[in-house]
Write a protein that binds this ligand. Structure first.
Ligand SMILES: C[S@@+](CC[C@H](N)C(=O)[O-])C[C@H]1O[C@@H](n2cnc3c(N)ncnc32)[C@H](O)[C@@H]1O
Length: 246
């Protein structure tokens, strides 16, 4: 098995986030139709998909390229009696197979970095009805005085990382009106994401004690976690809620 999947399989989430933040963002959607059509992009194992289906009337289409995550979501939907409200499909965020102007809400927690913030909000806009919403969470600088260590770490991992004001400027010039934004709490990084990853790293260190390649991968994940432990005042995951205006 690919070491990446061994590190990541069967953990509650695949990126920072928590149900309270998902619910907080849902409360910022005003006047959506009674029977909304929602698209959750890069759903992973689908913790936020379940929350969307529980809190919004309508149908949630959840897409990801990873079949194992989608299978987990199908099982969790069934266990929560939500199978009728959630449809999981294997599909890439780079080539959405839906009609234009189709969705009341497009949602993407912790996955827009894969296509890039600016490209994602511009391309996905075509699939949202005019007056509909796009909600994304994206790693963002929280201050201007970023120390060199996290700056070079994140700029080499994700060169598109920006501050909140710069992301809002992109939203405003991409055919949306910004509705609001908020930073997820630090607990949203630890509880369902980094803490389970730390346990997994400790187990895999024992399994792969003499495997240099596996240990390099484990070192990379551990370094990311240590970076956040040290510099969480400087960057965070930010929810951006925006409305398509034309
Ligand atoms: C950081 S995880 C976030 C998952 C989930 N939203 C969460 O918060 O737990 C990113 C997800 O994007 C998926 N992904 C990667 N490339 C993709 C692509 N081209 N199209 C759709 N999903 C993709 C991964 O399989 C993974 O589930």
């Amino acid at each position: 098995m690919d070491i990446f999947y061994e590190i990541h399989k069967d953990i509650p989430r695949e990126g920072p986030g928590d149900n309270d933040s998902t619910k907080q963002a849902i409360t910022m959607l005003k006047d959506i139709p009674e029977n909304s059509t929602i698209l959750d992009i890069g759903c992973g194992p689908g913790m936020q998909t379940i929350e969307l289906a529980k809190n919004i009337n309508g149908k949630v289409f959840a897409i990801d390229i990873n079949k194992t995550f989608l299978d987990r979501l199908v099982e969790t939907s069934f266990n929560n009696n939500l199978s009728r409200k959630i449809e999981a499909k294997q599909m890439s965020m780079f080539s959405l197979e839906f009609k234009q102007d189709n969705f009341d809400v497009i949602w993407c927690e912790g996955a827009i970095f894969i296509i890039g913030f600016e490209r994602g909000i511009q391309e996905w806009r075509n699939y949202i009805k005019i007056g509909g919403y796009l909600v994304v969470s994206e790693i963002s600088w929280l201050r201007k005085d970023i120390p060199e260590e996290p700056k070079s770490f994140w700029e080499s991992d994700y060169p598109e990382i920006k501050g909140i004001a710069d992301n809002i400027k992109i939203i405003e010039t991409s055919g949306y009106s910004p509705v609001g934004h908020f930073v997820i709490p630090e607990s949203g990084w630890w509880k369902d994401y980094y803490n389970p990853l730390i346990d997994r790293i400790n187990k895999l260190r024992k399994k792969y004690i003499n495997n240099k390649e596996a240990n390099n991968r484990l070192d990379n994940t551990q370094r990311e976690i240590e970076m956040y432990e040290k510099y969480s005042d400087y960057y965070g995951y930010v929810f951006y809620i925006m409305k398509r205006i034309d």
